[in-house]
Structures are given as C-alpha cells and as structure tokens.
Design a protein. Structure first.
Lengths: 206, 302
C-alpha cells in the first residue's frame, strides 16, 4: 500500500525556477509569526515560573521576604530562615537570613570577621575575597563581603565531585540588631543566580 | 474558455525516476525501534556493566544507528535513480549545525527548561515544552527546509517527506551525541535516549513536511502551513513532557527504579500513531489532488 502511493506520485507542472505564489508567501510569513510568537510565549512562561515567589513572614524577627516559590524553606537553628534550590545538582543555591544582637559599639566589620572565623572552621578552604558597600532598596548603606569555599557531599557514599562555591554576605545594623543575608551558589552559576538574590533583597522588609 | 490544469500527472517513467519514500521510511523507523527495543530488553535481562569504554562505544553506535540506516536506506539508493534528491546530506548537516549553534544553547542557556519545567504539572509541562523546546526544534528545522529546499528542490510530494526526514536525522543525531558525551550513560539508557530523540524529531518533522507539501503542491490556505507547524510543536511537546514520567518508577522504601519498557512502548506507539496519521493525510491529499485533476481534465478535454 505504501509503495503504491509512491508510484502514484504527482509532478508539479512548475519548473524549479518558478517563484512561490502570494498565498505561499503569506503562509511562510504566518509560520514565522507562529515561531516568533511561540518563542515569546515560552519566554513569558519561563519568566512567570522562574520568578514566581512565595512570601515568608517572621513577626518575632520583624522580617518579611519574597523567595523563589520552587525553593525549599527551612527555619533551622541559628538562622531566621533559609531557602535552597533543591532542583540543582551539586551545591544547592542558598539564601540565608540570620539576625544577631549587637551592642552600641558593635562595628559591622567586627561582625564579618567573627563570621569569617566561624566559617573557616566549618567550610573547606574558606577564603574572603573582599569587602564593599551595598546600597539597600531604602537607600541605606550596608556592608558586603564576598568569599569562596569548597563544598563536598555530606555522604561519602555518593562519590560526588567537590564544587567551588562563591558567597556574598550583606550586613545591615538596625536598632541594635544585625541582619546578615547570605547568598551562596556554585561559582559556575554564581553570576546568573545573583539576579535572584538581588530580587530577594529588593523585596526584603525588616 | 478552457482552463489549464494546475498539475500534470507524471508518467510512469517520471514517477519511477524519483526514489519512493514511505516504504524506506517505514523500514528505517521499524529497524530503529527494533534495535533500540532489543537493546532496552537486553538491558533489563542482563546485569549492568560499569565498563566506561564499552558503554561509550555502545552509546556512540546507538547514536549513529539512525544516521547509518538513513544513509543506507535513503541516501545511497538515490545514486541509482534518474532524478536523485541531491540536498539530503546538506539538509541533515545544516540541521545538525543549527541544533548545535542555536537549538541547544537556546533551550539550555536562555529557556533553562531543566530548572522550571520538570517539576510542573503534566499540563504545564506539555504547554511549556511545546512553547520552548517544541518551538525551537520545529522552528529551526522549518527554517532549514524553507531556505534549502522550499521551493527549489520540491518536485514531487515525497520530496517534502524525504527532506523533512533528513532534517530530523541531522537534528536528533546532534542532540543524542551531546547527551551521550556529557552523561556517559549505560548502553541501555543510551538506547532509550537515541529512540527518544529520533522519535521526537521524526514525528514532528512529518507534520512539517505535510505543511510544506500542502502549502506548495496544494497551494493551500495560508494558515495550513503554520497549523501543521503548531501540530509538530505539540507532538514534540507531548512526547517530551510525558516520557520522563513514564520512565521513572514509583517511589518505594527501596528507592525508585527505572521503567525503560514503558518508555519503549510509549515511543513506539507515538511513532506509529504519528506516521499513521501523517501517511493518511499525505495519501488523502494526494488522492484529492488526483481527483481534482481528473475532473478538471475531463471537463477541459485534457
């Protein structure tokens, strides 16, 4: 049956040099429009789902934040809360919020040094890359610290390859309370994921 | 006033001068499903090997299988006919290059589908894959066909199917090769992916071919071609959205296992249904054209 259909094939009367008709031009133009429209809709859907957020409120700490909806939230000890992108293989991109009481003479730099001392005992090959100022959405100045360390799978049975992680801490002191917002991501995707962190900071209220 | 018929029925000699497509196409599809199916079944029955070299060689052989069979069944026989399709290799190569230069970077770098689509509901996954991977794959292959064969290399309807298959072969070969190279799968996993990639690109290519054929040979209404492209995108989206769920086994205390047989059955069914529908529409439109010519010719005395 298949072969018969091929034997009954038709030849067009047109030569290959013949131009396409006006109707065919329109159909090609509509096809281009469909492809462009599809790509735009796809980009729109991607943005909608990638940037979808959930709201976290902690009245005790006085914090309200919008975090990526597909990330996992936990309120582990030592932090106000932490959200992680569990869909990522290797090191899970993390945003962590901590709150510490500070004295009247508590300097921001001292707090960051204290954090560094703590981390150097926990993280492998922890190293501070630098300090800078960071402008918060309400136009107040905060201090930022960038650092790097090596992350290894907790379970030795998984035989995973270690990853290099880049981190960024933002520290702001308000009414005797220091708020430290930390962002950590694998160095290969750090710059790309930084946009997510900036959106998080822009919507953070404390 | 006499009206000249739009199409001429080819004489027997002219028809024989062009290589038939559908029979070779069905042999190609059956052979790929058979080889991949046997490999997947063997993977279920035999213990898995962790020999990286063996797995890589087997995976590369399975990746090359559609290309080799296509060269054997479709390209080499063209040399024996009077009027061969000369652009088959060119279409396949350019399709592979567009997948490499645009398709994969766009899907992975810009749409980052792996980050947001796999965790969505089935409906959202179908829509998502249709609007991202489906649009990219089908759109690029349509552009390749538009600029390489439409209309200059179209002589008979079967040319559309032959060139669309060439585009699918080139495109799916590159995608499978990248996956095999990156993930170093076991040989039976490579069979699932080779069949998966071939089925998606070939099933959707058939609908691109139908659109081009109707548009060029039937001078169809301008929305027929984009509608066929839309169907092609949807076919790609549905297969891509449903397969991972079928391949993954249910969660249990012992963990979750793979179900490659489900994947094999789904891909074989998807391919059969797509080829069946495409062939029905193809032969139906050809019959209508012949009848239209017959009535026109009869009234005009041709």
């Amino acid at each position: 049956m298949v072969a018969r259909a091929d034997l009954m094939a038709f030849e067009t009367g047109r030569s290959p040099a013949v131009q396409i008709t006006q109707r065919q031009r329109w159909s090609i133009a509509f096809s281009y429009m469909l492809i462009l429209g599809g790509l735009l809709l796809g980009a729109n859907q991607r943005d909608g789902l990638l940037n979808q957020t959930s709201v976290y409120t902690n009245n005790a700490a006085g914090i309200t934040a919008s975090y990526p909806a597909r990330w996992l939230l936990d309120e582990s000890e030592g932090t106000v809360f932490r959200v992680r992108d569990m869909s990522r293989l290797g090191f899970n991109t993390t945003i962590e919020v901590r709150s510490l009481p500070v004295g009247a003479d508590g300097a921001e730099r001292n707090l960051l040094d204290h954090l560094s001392l703590q981390r150097s005992q926990v993280f492998i090959d922890y190293s501070v890359l630098g300090y800078d100022t960071f402008l918060l959405p309400d136009d107040t100045q905060a201090i930022s610290m960038t650092y790097t360390f090596v992350s290894r799978d907790a379970s030795p049975f998984l035989e995973g390859v270690s990853s290099i992680v880049n981190g960024l801490d933002i520290l702001a002191i308000r009414r005797g309370q220091a708020l430290i917002v930390s962002f950590r991501a694998e160095s290969s995707i750090y710059q790309r994921e930084l946009a997510t962190f900036h959106r998080f900071i822009n919507n953070l209220e404390f | 006033m006499a009206q000249f018929p739009r199409f001429n029925v080819s004489s027997g000699a002219e028809s024989y001068g062009v290589l038939p497509v559908w029979r070779r196409f069905s042999i190609l599809v059956s052979a790929i499903i058979l080889v991949c199916g046997i490999t997947i079944l063997s993977g279920e029955a035999l213990p898995a090997t962790r020999d990286a070299d063996f797995n890589r060689i087997a995976a590369l052989m399975l990746t090359s299988l559609p290309v080799l069979l296509w060269l054997l069944l479709s390209v080499l026989p063209e040399a024996r006919v009077d009027r061969p399709r000369r652009r088959l290799i060119g279409v396949a190569v350019v399709s592979g290059l567009t997948a490499s230069a645009i398709g994969l970077p766009l899907a992975e770098g810009f749409f980052v589908v792996d980050q947001w689509l796999p965790l969505q509901s089935v409906f959202q996954r179908i829509v998502g894959y249709t609007l991202t991977a489906g649009v990219i794959d089908v759109g690029l292959r349509f552009l390749v066909l538009r600029y390489l064969i439409y209309p200059q290399a179209l002589r008979v309807r079967s040319d559309g199917v032959a060139y669309a298959l060439a585009a699918a072969i080139g495109y799916s070969f590159y995608l499978t090769l990248v996956w095999v190279w990156r993930l170093e799968p076991t040989w039976n996993q490579a069979a699932v992916y080779a069949l998966f990639s071939f089925t998606i690109q070939t099933a959707s290519s058939l609908f691109i071919a139908l659109g081009i054929i109707e548009s060029y040979f039937g001078d169809a209404f301008p929305l027929v071609l984009p509608f066929n492209l839309l169907i092609a995108m949807l076919v790609a989206g549905i297969i891509q959205a449903l397969l991972p769920g079928l391949l993954s086994g249910p969660l249990s205390q012992a963990g979750s296992g793979d179900r490659p047989l489900f994947g094999l059955l789904f891909l074989a069914a998807s391919m059969t249904v797509s080829v069946g529908i495409a062939y029905f529409l193809y032969s139906n439109s050809e019959r209508r054209e012949r009848e239209a010519y017959g009535s026109q010719g009869g009234s005009d005395g041709f």
